[in-house]
Design a protein around this ligand. Structure first.
Ligand code: URA
Length: 442
């Protein structure tokens, strides 16, 4: 920290941001570094995060903050691994299990995927929590193990370590429980600090828009996408973003082990259409960034081929084994942990499903134990919600709308009512909208 940062105390810096002021690069770096080492307590960081939530950051501040977050730990050098290393990251959704299948699918096409993922955040699920539903699977590889696995298999999915983006590891957990998630600069810094630290060349951002996303409308999502592309490119990486729909849950499963099950279906090109469409759309971008496809049609052809011929499944099995998990779960999902009870929720009127409120189902999922409400909460991999019908489908009175996967049969009256109310039924079939709303490359 240099003299100018020492001129102001932390309460003064928080007050400056609270009142709409701009923090200098040195001030931001000092705050981030002190938070990463534990010198700055959670209560001051929470206050600062709330001030940023309300006041935002200028583009200059966002870039300085992101780079400081990246530099709070080591930055990996993957240049010894041949090929362009490409990752994708989602801004967070409900039922979003895409990474679990996309990483092995893309790696099976010859693009190395070094993936540093996150845990559940607010009502949205996290890739790490999902992977940990696989018995034995561990996400805390050392840097050397990560690099070795990437060189050997072409993909690895890990969490932040004390060495990589440690400031985000702490702040992510703090934001999760202090209502400071939905902020463009904080999301930009959080995502890109991890991504820039993992040593990638290209990144595809899945920026979610809608009821179940942190960005509720296209304009806000576009601002976030542009912030991610601008800061990422400024740091020398090839970054592009897709704005994608997150009004309804993605796929039919919400909850950690349930989502792993559905992700492994997608590896074979099976499973719900929305999941498959989005996997292909993101995969096409990744193969292009990785320089292994002649065009979009060729990229899609390659992705479909590895799903069909078993290469994606074989790679997922190798990844699970390499990270300590039981590889048989990929083809035998009944080996995954499951809940004690499956409580059916029936339709009380007939109709075509017009919408399913992803936010509400995400919140019910957290309340069942699939996510956290305090930083110390331990998630239950077994619990969640399974949709029996999704948008465009028809139900009659008494037919299942959804199932709760729970460990006690009783005590779910509220959950049942909330899930039932999340389904909007109407007299005419709704049309399914394309998953991708917009592509942002500049
Ligand atoms: N994903 C992240 O890694 N960070 C955020 O802030 C939101 C989504």
């Amino acid at each position: 920290m240099n003299a100018s940062a020492e001129l102001r105390t932390v309460p003064e810096l928080i007050a400056h941001k609270r009142d709409g002021g701009e923090l200098t690069d040195v001030e931001l770096r000092s705050l981030v570094n002190r938070y990463a080492t534990g010198e700055l307590p959670d209560y001051q960081m929470a206050a600062l995060a709330m001030a940023v939530f309300f006041r935002g950051m200028t583009p200059r501040e966002t870039t300085a903050y992101t780079l400081a977050m990246r530099d709070s730990g080591r930055v990996m050098d993957l240049s010894a691994i041949p090929g362009k290393k490409v990752d994708k990251h989602s801004t967070g959704g409900v039922g979003d299990k895409i990474s679990l299948s996309l990483a092995p699918i893309v790696a099976a096409c010859g693009v190395p995927v070094p993936m540093m993922a996150g845990r559940g955040l607010g009502h949205t699920g996290g890739t790490l929590d999902k992977l940990e539903a696989i018995p034995g699977f561990h996400v805390d590889l050392t840097r050397k193990q990560f690099q070795r696995q990437l060189a050997k298999l072409g993909c690895a999915i890990i969490g932040q370590t004390a060495a990589l983006a440690p400031a985000d590891k702490r702040l992510y957990a703090l934001r999760d429980v202090t209502a400071t998630i939905e902020s463009v600069p904080l999301i930009t810094g959080s995502i890109l600090s991890k991504k820039l630290a993992e040593g990638l060349d290209g990144l595809v951002m899945d920026v979610k828009v809608g009821r179940g996303a942190f960005m509720k409308n296209v304009d806000d999502a576009r601002v976030l996408a542009k912030s991610l592309v601008r800061v990422g490119r400024g740091a020398g990486k090839d970054v592009r973003a897709l704005l994608t729909r997150m009004d309804d849950p993605l796929g039919k499963m919400i909850g950690n082990a349930l989502e792993v099950r559905e992700a492994f279906l997608t590896l074979r090109g099976e499973g719900p259409a929305d999941l498959l469409d989005l996997t292909l759309a993101l995969g096409v971008e990744m193969l292009q960034l990785g320089g292994v496809a002649k065009g979009r049609a060729d990229a899609e052809r390659q992705l479909r081929a590895v799903m069909r011929d078993g290469k994606a499944v074989a790679l997922a099995e190798k990844m699970v084994r390499a990270q300590g998990g039981d590889p048989r779960v990929v083809s035998e999902p009944d080996r995954l942990p499951s809940s004690e009870h499956r409580v059916v929720i029936k339709a009380q009127k007939p109709g075509f499903v017009q919408a399913v409120d992803a936010l509400e189902l995400g919140l019910v999922g957290v309340s069942l134990g699939a996510g956290r409400t305090t930083t110390d909460d331990v998630v239950d991999p077994r619990v969640g919600i399974e949709l029996a019908v999704s948008v465009t489908e028809h139900v009659n009175v008494g037919q299942p709308l959804a199932y709760l996967h729970v460990n006690e049969r009783k005590g779910h009256t509220q959950h049942v009512a909330r899930v039932r109310d999340a389904f909007v039924l109407g007299p005419k079939p709704a049309t399914r909208q394309p998953m991708v709303i917009e592509r942002i490359t500049r």
